[in-house]
Design a protein around this ligand. Structure first.
Ligand SMILES: *Cc1c(COP(=O)(O)O)cnc(C)c1O
Length: 230
């Protein structure tokens, strides 16, 4: 199992390097987040031994169960939808939240972060594709939300996140990623105090090469490292 994960991880890193070469980018600009949802702690440990430095979970409860078994120093990302009433668990569990999509959640999160003397790095999740099943702020409301979140103490906005639709239409996927990048450039131009647009979290196992070509600085990869989730 350990060898298999190390092999898959090496393959993913090669693919990252190839996409960076096509785009004229430095692979050091792309952070690989290994998505560990449904993956047991011993398998996560194998991935960490093979060189994984960032992990992503999409459920708070699962993180609470598994993170006590994850070594310190591994950077922890919440990538899934967060209910406002679960905000209290976040400062003790996660370094980054990729799914900030409403001001009520930002206020709850900021309050908890301040109470624990922490600042949480946040990305604003944008529903670029407009699918009803997807969370995230609508693109046309993203700037307004960033302005509001910028006022919340305990949080630092550092970029945007999106998910592409599950489709074989690579043109559509590319359009979604390119749209997130241009939205981030627009927000950057607004020069909001305390806000940076240095990160774009986009790309999963099936579409991360396209995301890298379109400027992703964080990719969230699960099954390409751990195999299909059962
Ligand atoms: C599960 C998940 C991923 C990773 O999906 P894979 O297809 O397994 O790479 C990435 N981002 C989010 C938000 C997820 O929930």
């Amino acid at each position: 199992m350990k060898e298999l994960i190390a092999e898959r991880l090496a393959r993913v890193k090669e693919t990252i390097a190839e996409a960076c070469a096509r785009a004229g980018r430095d692979p050091a600009e792309v952070t690989l987040i290994a998505v560990t949802k449904t993956i047991p702690a011993d398998v996560i440990q194998a991935a960490i031994s093979a060189g994984v430095e960032h992990i992503g979970e999409n459920r708070v409860q699962e993180a609470r169960d598994k993170f006590p078994h994850v070594p310190a120093g591994v950077v922890r990302h919440l990538i899934g939808h967060l209910q406002t009433n679960k905000a209290r668990y976040i400062p003790g569990l996660f370094d980054w939240v990729h799914s900030l999509d409403r001001i009520e959640l930002a206020q709850a999160l900021g309050k908890r972060a301040q109470r624990e003397g922490r600042t949480i790095d946040c990305l604003i999740q944008v529903n670029v594709s407009g699918e009803e099943t997807k969370h995230g702020v609508a693109p046309e409301r993203a700037l307004e939300l960033v302005e509001q979140v910028a006022e919340v103490e305990g949080l630092r906005v550092r970029g945007l996140m999106t998910m592409a639709p599950l489709t074989g239409d690579t043109g559509l996927i590319r359009w979604v990623f390119a749209s997130l990048r241009s939205l981030s450039q627009e927000i950057e131009k607004a020069n909001i105090a305390g806000v940076s647009m240095e990160h774009l979290s986009m790309g999963m196992s099936n579409d991360f090469p396209i995301a890298i070509e379109e400027g992703a600085t964080m990719i969230r990869v699960g099954s390409a490292i751990f195999g299909p989730r059962t």
